[in-house]
Write a protein that binds this ligand. Structure first.
Ligand code: HEC
Ligand code: HEC
Length: 276
């Protein structure tokens, strides 16, 4: 549809320009000046209207397209990224950072690393997160699990889990550090493995600590950390729990803005993957 609009605008613009040019050649100086100003007055707005029509045509196509196909279509990609970057700067950058690198004090994900808490990071999944949020009180959003607070008597509201003593939390921390070759106490790592089983960690993070994208439980074996991977960060996570929130923008952004920002966000991870 946008191609048709563009062709039509170009043809109309050309016709007007040719008519005006003929008039300015055949007419006297005064009429010539009038014709020239008319040319400017007509062609420029026609061009601008044409460009606006073209953009809104492409935007409509961005909404109709298969979300996963947009980044590989040059025209759709260009409009979605230009508009999406603007939405990101206004509504997402405050937590995820201007370049999408995230914020560990807020637990706001690094959106450029290609690792996802939920799903696989498809445009459609990102769009759902932008629309309905994570733990944002929207019934369509993600809210299946939180990280329990193991220093509390009742670590989790939803599931009966045993609290962990400060010594056990230390052992668990050593156990997790072992996966990135940073453990300093081998005996503590062994006790940590037992504690990991008894405390029910595996139920969410998996027996291999690989995480669970169906409930947003992070992988604990790599160097991607939501809240930081220093021993004190991990200890703090185990003691007091975590439950990061990404807002629901369903009532804030239009369907087009949500699609654009999802495409833009997906492109941040793609760019990184293209380089590696
Ligand atoms: C108030 C801070 C805040 C704002 C604003 C915000 N987010 Fe988030 N976002 C978060 C936090 C915190 C998380 C991690 C949630 C969790 O722990 O499960 C997150 C997670 C995400 C995820 C999942 C990332 C992953 O690792 O799987 C996506 C996608 C996302 N946000 C997109 C957006 C987009 C797009 C916007 C803007 C339209 C946005 N967010 C605005 C705080 C925010
Ligand atoms: C009920 C499910 C559940 C259980 C049980 C659970 N976790 Fe978690 N854990 C989560 C979720 C969900 C998150 C992410 C929280 C967020 O996104 O804000 C998380 C986050 C973490 C993090 C932070 C990772 C990062 O990238 O910063 C660590 C470390 C962790 N868990 C370790 C453990 C350990 C050790 C246990 C057992 C003592 C455990 N978890 C038990 C669900 C669980």
């Amino acid at each position: 549809m946008y191609v048709t609009v563009r062709r039509w605008t170009v043809r109309a613009g050309l016709a007007i320009a040719v008519a005006m040019a003929l008039l300015s050649i055949t007419a006297g100086p005064a009429k010539r000046r009038m014709a020239l100003s008319a040319l400017v007055l007509l062609v420029i707005p026609a061009g601008l209207t044409g460009a606006a029509l073209w953009r809104s045509g492409v935007q409509a196509s961005v909404l109709r397209a298969d979300p996963e196909a947009i980044l590989s279509d040059p025209a759709l990609r260009s409009v979605a990224l230009t508009n999406g970057e603007h939405v990101f700067a206004q509504h997402c950058a405050s937590c995820h950072g201007a370049t999408g690198k995230g914020d560990r004090t807020l637990g706001a994900s690094d959106l450029t690393d290609g690792e996802t808490l939920y799903g696989i990071g498809s445009v459609a999944q990102i769009e759902d997160i932008a629309r309905y949020g994570i733990r944002a009180g929207n019934k369509h959003g993600w809210n299946l699990a939180v990280m329990p607070a193991y220093a509390r008597k009742v670590p989790d509201a939803a599931e009966a889990l045993p609290p962990q003593s400060p010594a056990q939390i230390e052992d668990l921390t050593q156990y997790i550090l072992a996966f990135t070759n940073r453990a300093t106490d081998a005996a503590a790592v062994r006790r940590g493995l037992a504690a990991y089983t008894k405390a029910g960690c595996w139920d969410c993070h998996g027996r291999d600590l690989g995480g669970d994208p169906a409930i947003g439980a992070p992988n604990l074996t790599d160097s991607v950390w939501l809240y930081g991977g220093r021993p004190e960060d991990i200890r703090r996570t185990l003691e007091r729990g975590r439950a990061g929130t990404s807002p629901a923008f369903a009532r804030v952004l239009t369907a087009a803005e949500l699609r654009n920002v999802a495409v833009y966000t997906a492109s941040l991870a793609h760019r990184r993957q293209d380089r590696t």
